[in-house]
Design a protein around this ligand. Structure first.
Ligand code: JD8
Length: 465
């Protein structure tokens, strides 16, 4: 590959004589040429800039000087049409953000030409002229901060591209696992001797010699770091690359992978707000029928929804905070799940149904009346996050100075999936109850969790107001 850098400060690129890039140049793996723009000036002061048309501070670099320089370097002087793919790169704070994807593409090019501006920048006609002349022109930025010129950006591009060229990096395998690499994750932390330093030990697992566990630990740390430090990267991960464990790690950081091949999305569990009533009623109408066994008549399901899950009902659940607590799992496009917790108003209040009161003996007892997520989020971990937040909220609730001791629920005997989910969150089956849905008298499994046994997650923030 050939890389040409044109600048008024050629010495700025001397660092590229060092290290891997320097060796790659000496080994003939990279043909890097640095040019002084002033070599294409025509006046005895070797002028490269002039005052800006339209006024304003500073100076602008002249197009005619740049034109002569770039024609030469691109081999277009005398109208030549050089072979191979050429890219003219113009560093500028107003350019597209440089990424590893861009660098990987640039590493396949035959000739890169970097035009390093100074002062207020290069006359805008230069980039337009070469683009119109059929040259691939890319104006790029390193990031949202202002430098004094393009030389630093040229150093970055040359190093980032050169290390991807065959033979430059000793062990190509190391290119695979790094940040922003194919996995699209940040790197896991690395350690070396001494095993103890400044009172800090190397993570035990790295000394275990168990390569499988070490690989899994490193993947977990890479996922966690990416979710914590670069949430913008999580939404671009390919779900096909995310196994069950990956998804569990991301779920712990609020990222969930919907069914159907979509990328991970941020879902936040928060207290319901009065303005959620209509959206929650729509969500409830869409999800309650899915938990009903096929034998249940549609009209019975509809009757139940109309009687308990209308916007007016949710308005009440959201307003009566002493009795009800609503948690909402909010995705990018609105609620994707919710729970409805019914709190006891007195410490010894019994569940309203006798057959349940006979099974659920611990007090104070709260009822997890509703726990639903949209189908595309079933199995994604959203329901689990809602459940953890709900039991944490219940455990933090005092009734006559007594913390709620247990949360019970009823779920249709046929809904095995729900029963498995509740069991994974500490709920045990106590028995059954009769439950009316419209005209249909159903049999529910009654399950309950003893809150003292459940590790409490970070409680969701207290209800607004
Ligand atoms: C090229 C001239 C200086 C910029 C007036 C300060 C890239 N991420 C980045 N930040 N800054 C640059 C950059 C700055 C440059 C030039 C790149 C040429 N300047 C100018 C406009 C405001 N001075 C950059 N890549």
């Amino acid at each position: 590959m050939r890389i040409d850098v044109v600048t008024i400060f050629p010495g700025y690129l001397d660092a590229l004589d060092l290290s891997l890039v320097g060796k790659a140049r000496r080994d003939g793996l990279l043909d890097l040429r640095v040019h002084d723009l002033r070599d294409w000036t025509t006046d005895r002061h070797r002028t490269v800039d002039d005052t800006p048309f339209g006024g304003g501070a500073g100076m602008v670099m002249r197009p005619d000087v740049w034109g002569r320089a770039l024609d030469d370097v691109l081999g277009r002087t005398g109208g030549g049409d050089p072979a191979g793919r050429q890219v003219l790169l113009v560093p500028t704070p107003s350019g597209e953000r440089l990424t590893q994807r861009t660098v990987e593409d640039l590493a396949t090019v035959d000739q890169l030409v970097l035009a390093c501006g100074r002062y207020e920048g290069i006359d805008a006609r230069v980039a337009e002229h070469y683009a119109d002349a059929g040259v691939e022109v890319r104006e790029f930025s390193l990031g949202d901060y202002v430098l004094n010129g393009g030389e630093v950006a040229a150093l970055v591009v040359v190093e980032a591209v050169a290390r991807l060229l065959p033979g430059v990096v000793g062990n190509p395998q190391s290119l695979v696992e790094e940040s922003h690499g194919a996995a699209g994750l940040l790197e896991y932390p690395v350690y070396t001797k001494p095993p103890a330093w400044a009172g800090r030990e190397v993570p035990e697992i790295l000394l275990s010699g168990h390569h499988g566990n070490i690989a899994r630990w490193r993947r977990d740390l890479a996922l966690e770091r990416t979710a914590e430090r670069r949430p913008d990267m999580v939404g671009t991960l390919d779900p096909a690359d995310l196994d069950r464990r990956d998804r569990a790690v991301l779920a712990r950081h609020g990222w969930f992978v919907p069914a159907g091949g979509a990328a991970p999305v941020r879902v936040v569990v928060r207290p319901g707000r009065p303005e959620d009533a209509a959206g929650l009623a729509d969500l409830a109408a869409a999800t309650f029928p899915l938990a009903c066994p096929p034998h249940m008549a549609e009209e019975d399901v509809a009757a139940f929804v109309a009687a308990h899950l209308g916007p007016e009902h949710f308005a009440a659940y959201l307003a009566e905070e002493e009795r009800y607590r609503v948690l909402v799992a909010e995705g990018p496009a609105g609620p994707v799940g919710y729970t409805l917790l019914v709190l006891p108003l007195t410490a010894q209040e019994s569940p309203y149904a006798e057959d349940v009161a006979a099974l659920v003996v611990a007090r104070p007892a709260a009822e997890l009346s509703k726990c639903y997520v949209l189908p595309e989020f079933q199995g994604s971990g959203v329901a689990g996050a809602l459940l953890d937040a709900t039991t944490t909220q219940a455990a933090a609730h005092l009734v006559e100075d007594e913390p709620v001791a247990t949360v019970w629920l009823g779920t249709n005997r046929a809904n095995r999936r729900a029963q498995r989910r509740y069991a994974r969150h500490g709920f045990v089956t106590l028995g059954t109850r009769r439950f009316r849905v419209g005209e249909s008298l159903e049999e529910d499994v009654v399950m309950a969790v003893t809150l003292a046994d459940v590790p409490q997650t970070t409680p969701p923030p207290a209800p607004a107001g």
